[in-house]
Ligand binder design. Structure first.
Ligand code: ASP
Length: 344
């Protein structure tokens, strides 16, 4: 049962969870490293308490390069423990793996009517010129908005579905794009302009998940890629995502190599997902001879319009729930937090 969260903005209770990232960085001898506490972060937004009542938690202090699935589970656990005490959640996170965490939270916390916002910055919050203050105050504003719900990234004035974000720029403030999906909203000063209406709101029951299988590997193809790499990975992982070329296909230089490897490992129950290394528009293995037959013959799954980050997080989540091939297929093609539109 959902509690009523319809209250005036100032009365909204927001839990801000700090995890590190550039937003909280300071200089150390070894280079930038997260040093600021959650309270110190918040002290840079003096108007924040006018917006809402904020409680902060320091979950970890990590460069997001070091984020692992155990950290995704810990963040989801914190949200679950405090879910009924707050109206919204803001997670401060490094930008490098933010898209993975946002996707993972989309699978670990499903059908949330309360907003879960992930944000960060390209520059530390205590620098004179920084995007951090805008990103954090935008995130708090969005988390207080009655129309906001679900897991989203808020960054550079854009609200991006948690499964659709991708870091596409290493230095500029507009680091994140929404891939194969429109922005949910934009935020300018104190105004939130929604592009997607509430009618899209999920009606399923709120659900938290507690298991992930991190034995998922990614093989990016290059010309002359050796199928032995696939064998090596398939020995170690339960699921392999192959980042192929264009709409999708597998090389067969001497007429057999990838074909034989995939035949062998799928027979042993490994899950293989075909994805594309082209960022926009997604895969469609059924177009070319190099893709169509092999997909059909071995029942390979396909990421279609999903981001790679979402495909990785979704496969880890699914393999944490089941080993049954039909259930893996059903869950992979089920739309969760707007992650996939194109269906098999
Ligand atoms: N290396 C940093 C991190 O991901 C980069 C950032 O936050 O912008 O934690």
């Amino acid at each position: 049962m959902q509690k009523n969260t319809d209250k005036s903005k100032q009365n909204k209770r927001i839990l801000m969870i700090a995890t590190g990232g550039t937003i909280a960085c300071g200089h150390s001898e070894g280079g930038l490293t997260p040093l600021l506490s959650s309270e110190e972060l918040l002290s840079h937004i003096p108007d924040a308490q006018k917006l809402c009542q904020i409680t902060t938690i320091q979950a970890f202090s990590l460069d997001s390069t070091n984020m692992q699935p155990c950290h995704w589970l810990a963040i989801a656990q914190l949200i679950e423990e405090h879910y009924w005490d707050y109206d919204g959640f803001v997670i401060c996170h490094g930008t490098d793996t933010m898209a993975y965490t946002a996707a993972a939270l989309s699978y670990l916390v499903q059908n949330t009517r309360k907003p879960i916002v992930i944000t960060g910055a390209q520059k530390p919050i205590d620098m004179e010129i920084t995007d951090a203050k805008t990103n954090l105050s935008d995130s708090l504003r969005f988390a207080c908005c009655d129309r906001a719900y679900g897991v989203n990234i808020v960054f550079d004035g854009k609200v991006i579905a948690g499964t659709r974000g991708k870091k596409e720029r290493t230095k500029s403030y507009n680091a994140f794009s929404s891939i194969n999906f429109p922005y949910i909203a934009t935020i300018q000063d104190d105004h939130i302009l929604f592009y997607l209406d509430d009618k899209d709101r999920s009606t399923g029951d709120l659900r938290f998940f507690h298991t992930i299988n991190e034995k998922v590997g990614l093989l990016k193809l290059i010309p002359a890629a050796d199928a032995g790499l696939f064998d090596y990975m398939a020995e170690r992982y339960d699921g392999i995502i192959i980042e192929s070329f264009g709409v999708g296909g597998l090389p067969s230089y001497d007429g057999k190599d990838f074909y034989d490897s995939i035949a062998h490992w799928t027979r042993l129950g490994k899950t293989v997902i075909m994805a594309t290394q082209v960022t926009n528009e997604g895969s469609n293995m059924s177009v070319y001879e190099v893709g169509k037959n092999i997909k059909k013959e071995f029942g390979l799954l396909e990421a279609y319009d999903m981001t790679l980050e979402a495909a990785v997080a979704k496969l880890m989540w699914i393999l944490g729930q089941t080993k049954a091939p039909e259930e893996i297929r059903r869950l992979f093609y089920q739309t969760i937090n707007r992650d996939i539109l194109w269906k098999a």
